[in-house]
Design a protein around this ligand. Structure first.
Ligand code: CDP
Length: 207
């Protein structure tokens, strides 16, 4: 079974994806980490974030072992990830990586922006996870403060709004719900309630 979870920044897809992967005993791929890893490696190599050729080379050689790096979770890397995510050659290389992951015999839980629309259009269940910008900024702010970053709520709110705009307006694979996706608004749902709502959606709609 392939479950596609898409949605904007800090909508709660990551936490939900991990819980679902555990529940169903499936592999989980956080595709945002792939784009973040390309951004991290571009910055480390001193490359301009618009250098498509260099970024594609890096995207083709992602080290899967480096995707858990906590250094990927900073706001700066998130913003840089959104910039490299606009590049066609980067998307092509990373979509390949994601589709290979999706070929696992039991299936997988894959989270991102374009999983239901581009990466796995035939996914068994597609969920588009949403939450208001205020709720998302509050969650991300808490997460970053707990990880030791010094940043204000207002800065996070502005960054999230700017990144959403970039992700929604880009020419290739913009952030948009697949036509056959189910909307899950987690604005008023805690982790447990969102998990239960997702399970109900999956159990009633899976093919
Ligand atoms: O964790 P958060 O929701 O803030 O972001 P993320 O899922 O780690 O994704 C970081 C950035 O990578 C996004 O803002 C997108 O620009 C890009 N991305 C993408 O273009 N396509 C995906 N399937 C996943 C992420």
């Amino acid at each position: 079974m392939i479950i596609a979870l898409d949605g904007p920044a800090a909508s709660g897809k990551g936490t939900l994806a991990k819980r679902l992967a555990q529940h169903y005993g499936l592999g989980h791929l956080d595709t945002g980490a792939l784009y973040r890893a390309v951004a991290r490696d571009m910055i480390a190599a001193g490359k301009s974030l618009d250098d498509e050729q260099a970024a594609a080379e890096i995207a083709l050689n992602i080290d899967p072992g480096s995707l858990e790096d906590p250094g990927l979770r900073t706001p700066e890397i998130g913003e840089a990830a959104s910039r490299v995510a606009k590049l066609k050659a980067v998307r092509a290389a990373l979509v390949d990586y994601q589709r290979k992951f999706a070929e696992r015999p039991d299936g997988a839980i894959i989270e991102g922006r374009d999983i239901g629309t581009v990466v796995c259009p035939g996914a068994d269940v597609k969920i588009f996870v949403e939450a208001s910008t205020e709720v998302r900024a509050t969650r991300r702010h808490k997460e970053l403060i707990e990880a030791g970053h010094t940043i204000t709520y207002d800065e996070i709110h502005a960054q999230i709004a700017a990144r959403d705009e970039l992700d929604r307006s880009r020419a290739i694979s913009p952030l948009i719900p697949a036509e056959d996706s189910h909307l899950l608004d987690t604005s008023d749902l805690g982790i447990e309630a969102a998990f239960k709502a997702a399970i109900e959606l999956i159990e009633t709609t899976k093919r």
